[in-house]
Design a protein around this ligand. Structure first.
Ligand SMILES: Nc1ncnc2c1ncn2[C@@H]1O[C@H](COP(=O)(O)OP(=O)(O)OP(=O)(O)O)[C@@H](O)[C@H]1O
Length: 266
């Protein structure tokens, strides 16, 4: 059963997010989507998805290739409109808000393939996000950009062109650009893909810190061991529907998830 789009039960999230409310008390979600359908012509990609994120919660989304995960993230961030359904952020219906308005409102997003301005330095990339996404005045934006670079472990690379960064550094930069917009909700799309185990550990530490700082996170990821170290709750999407949702270990051992996502090898 998918969670209510009206409320999230704080008892379903880990101890660190209890600031969202006493265990067992329903708290309004910071971000929710209700009855989401997405069609491309005759192709049905999402079919009645309900999802809700509690303040400060880290929610993972897994599912087989083509399940509709990135499409759902696009709909939450405003990059795509749903064919049917609504998106609510901090109690406001934002379904018709474009991506830049949602970004300025507090929904930050990283992309599966990092999209820095390659001709700019890491610092300049983050500065642009800080000025445009968070509307900081220029002087405050400069300090904010440096703070965000430090938070993401990139201060030492501040003056290097984005094109010269390693894959891990580009992933960090992708996260820094999203963070520079001062998000209350951070949407991460397969940020751990392609990294070594040591690099993944570094990234997990950074994401864990953001979560500890109170940023609510939705994280789509195929690198399950990374995801499971950070999240409070897990949703499995398959063929455009929520197949299972709840405590991560329970979802991962759900026979429907094993069959749909993990296959007979598990
Ligand atoms: N603009 C589009 N036009 C037509 N079909 C699309 C479009 N965008 C996505 N799709 C299709 O929608 C389905 C879901 O795509 P989506 O990228 O959301 O899946 P996903 O779960 O994120 O997959 P992956 O794990 O491989 O990234 C796929 O079959 C994809 O080809």
């Amino acid at each position: 059963m998918s969670p209510s789009a009206e409320s999230v039960t704080a008892g379903s999230v880990a101890a660190e997010t209890e600031k969202a409310g006493p265990v067992g008390r329903a708290v309004p979600p910071v971000l929710s989507a209700r009855g989401i359908h997405r069609r491309f012509g005759s192709l049905v990609v999402l079919e009645g998805v309900d999802i809700a994120l509690a303040p400060g919660e880290a929610l993972g989304i897994v599912g087989p290739n083509g399940a509709g995960k990135t499409t759902l993230l696009d709909i939450l961030s405003g990059a795509q409109a749903p064919s049917e359904g609504s998106v609510t952020f901090q109690g406001q219906d934002v379904t018709r808000w474009k991506v830049d308005r949602r970004c300025r409102g507090g929904i930050g997003r990283s992309h599966q393939v990092p999209r820095p301005f390659t001709g700019m330095t890491a610092y300049e990339n983050v500065l642009v996000a800080s000025v445009q996404g968070a509307s900081h005045p220029r002087r405050a934006a400069q300090q904010h950009a440096l703070d965000v670079l430090e938070r993401c472990g990139l201060l030492g690379q501040a003056n290097r062109p984005a094109a010269a960064l390693t894959l891990l550094e580009r992933k960090r930069l992708e996260m820094a650009r999203a963070l520079a917009t001062d998000p209350q909700v951070l949407l991460l799309d397969e940020i751990a893909g392609g990294l070594t185990d040591a690099e993944t550990d570094e990234l997990i530490a950074t994401i864990g810190q953001l979560r500890a700082d109170g940023i609510a996170i939705i994280w789509i990821e195929h690198v399950l061991h990374a995801l499971l170290r950070v999240i409070d709750r897990l949703v499995c999407l398959a063929q455009g529907r929520v197949l299972a949702e709840g405590e991560p270990a329970a979802v991962m051992s759900d026979p429907r998830v094993v069959e749909a996502y993990l296959g007979s090898a598990v």
